[in-house]
Design a protein around this ligand. Structure first.
Ligand code: ADP
Length: 362
C-alpha cells in the first residue's frame, strides 16, 4: 500500500487550512504529522479519510484516485480506518461488539473472525474484557479497544488522530511504546497526527512538520533532530534554550567574550539566535576563562526533577537551562560547554521573535 498526496489544498472561506501539500507514505511506513494547534493537521487527516473534500490536488491509494477536486470516494470504500482522540467507541456495544462490528458488516466468515479475535485480544491484552461496556473500562483500555477495532478489518492504511492525548502521563508513555511496537510488528502503514514531538519521535519513520497549512520540514526523526530546518522547527521539537549572538562567520558566533561554533549558514555581523536542547549542554562548576564553545553563567535557580537537577543560568546572551546531576547554589559562577553538533544557529527573524514553543518536558 502506498499513499500519495499531491499538491493538496483546502480553504475554509478565504483561509488556507491546507496549502499545496505533497508527500508520499511508503508501504509499511509510519508518517507523523507534527504541528501546533490550528496548523491543518486534522483537516489533512480528514481529507485522507474521505471525511472532508479537497479544493485542489489529488490523493491516490495504491495508484487509485480516492480524492480530487471533483471526486471524493466515500470513507467506507477506502480501506482506511481511523483511531480518534476521544476513542469514539459505541457506548451501547460491548468490547467484542465494538471491535467486530466492521467485520460483521463486511460479512467476514465466523472462522476467520474467531481467529482474528484471538489474535487481537492477545495482541492488545483485552482478554477477560470482551463483555464489558466502554463505561466499564479505563482510558487506556478504551484506547486499546479503539485500536483493535481499527485493526480488525485489516485496513490498507491506519489513520491516528492524536491517539494518546486523552491519557494520563504514565499511560501515555506506556501506550506510546506499545503502539510503536504493535504497528511495526504488524507492518501497518499509518498516518499519525500529533502536537507532541516525543510522540512523533517514538512512532514515526518520518516526521512531517506542518506550519500554517504548509510543509516546513519532512524527514526521519534523526534527520530533523540533527538539522532542524528553521528556528520554528527547533521550537516545535522542544529545543527551548535560546541565546542572542552576532555572527562572525558562516557557522560561528560571538556572545560577550565567547566564541561558539554550531550548525548554520550565517552572514558575518548579522544578529543570530543560538538554539540548543538542555540535554546538549554541560555544566562545569568552576569559573574558568571562556574557551571555545563555552560560556560563563551565573546560577539563578535550581529545581530537582526526580533524577536530575534543572539549573537556570543568566549568561551574556540570555537565560539558559541545563540538566545536571547535582544541585548548584544560587549566584555561583559556572561554565557551560556547548556540543557544536547540537548547537543550531539561525538568523534573527525580522519581526519580534515569537517562535512557537512546545513544552516537551526537556
Ligand atoms: P489542527 O488539527 O492542526 O489543530 P485543523 O485542521 O483542525 O488544525 O484546523 C486548521 C485551521 O482550519 C484552523 O484555523 C481551523 O480554525 C480552521 N478550520 C478547521 N475546520 C474548519 C471548518 N469546518 N470551518 C472553518 N474553519 C475551519
Amino acid at each position: 500500500m502506498s499513499l500519495q498526496i499531491q499538491n493538496v489544498s483546502k480553504k475554509f472561506n478565504q483561509f488556507h487550512a491546507v496549502d499545496k501539500v505533497s508527500f508520499t507514505v511508503q508501504p509499511g511506513e509510519i508518517v507523523s504529522i507534527l504541528g501546533p494547534s490550528g496548523c491543518g493537521k486534522s483537516t489533512l487527516l480528514q481529507i485522507v479519510a474521505g471525511l472532508q473534500s479537497l479544493d485542489e490536488g489529488e490523493i491516490t491509494l495504491n495508484g487509485e484516485v480516492i480524492s480530487s477536486a471533483h471526486f471524493t470516494l466515500p470513507p467506507e470504500k477506502r480501506g482506511i480506518n481511523m483511531v480518534f482522540q476521544d476513542y469514539a467507541l459505541w457506548p451501547h456495544m460491548t468490547v467484542r461488539q465494538n471491535i467486530f462490528y466492521g467485520s460483521k458488516v463486511r460479512k467476514v466468515n465466523k472462522q476467520e473472525q474467531a481467529e482474528n479475535q484471538i489474535f487481537l485480544f492477545n495482541l492488545l491484552q483485552l482478554n477477560g474484557l470482551e463483555h464489558r461496556y466502554p463505561s466499564e473500562l479505563s482510558g487506556g483500555q478504551q484506547q486499546r479497544v479503539a485500536i483493535a477495532r481499527a485493526l480488525s478489518t485489516k485496513p490498507e492504511l491506519l489513520l491516528l488522530d492524536e491517539p494518546l492525548s486523552n491519557l494520563d502521563m504514565q499511560l501515555r508513555f506506556e501506550m506510546r511504546n506499545e503502539l510503536s511496537y504493535l504497528l511495526r510488528k504488524l507492518g501497518t502503514t499509518a498516518l499519525h497526527v500529533t502536537h507532541d514531538p516525543v510522540e512523533a519521535y517514538a512512532l514515526a519513520d518520518r516526521i512531517l512538520m506542518l506550519r500554517d497549512g504548509k510543509i516546513e520540514q519532512f524527514g526521519t526523526p534523526m534527520e530533523v533532530r540533527q538539522a532542524p530546518a528553521s528556528l520554528w522547527v527547533a521550537g516545535l521539537l522542544g529545543m527551548n534554550n535560546r541565546l542572542q549572538a552576532v555572527a562572525i562567520n558562516k557557522s560561528s558566533v560571538r556572545i560577550g567574550a565567547s566564541i561558539l561554533h554550531g550548525i548554520g549558514a550565517l552572514t558575518v555581523n548579522e544578529d543570530v539566535i543560538v538554539v540548543m536542547d538542555s540535554e546538549a549542554l554541560k555544566l562545569e562548576e568552576q569559573q574558568i576563562d571562556p574557551q571555545q564553545n563555552t560560556l560563563n553563567g551565573r546560577v539563578t535557580h535550581s529545581i530537582f526533577e526526580g533524577h536530575r537537577w534543572r539549573i537556570m543560568l543568566e549568561t551574556a546572551g540570555g537565560r539558559l537551562t541545563v540538566l545536571h546531576d547535582v544541585s548548584v547554589e544560587v549566584d555561583r559562577d559556572v561554565l557551560v560547554s556547548f556540543d557544536p553538533s547540537n548547537t543550531f544557529l539561525y538568523k534573527q527573524p525580522e519581526q519580534a521573535a515569537t517562535p512557537f514553543l512546545v513544552n516537551s518536558g526537556k
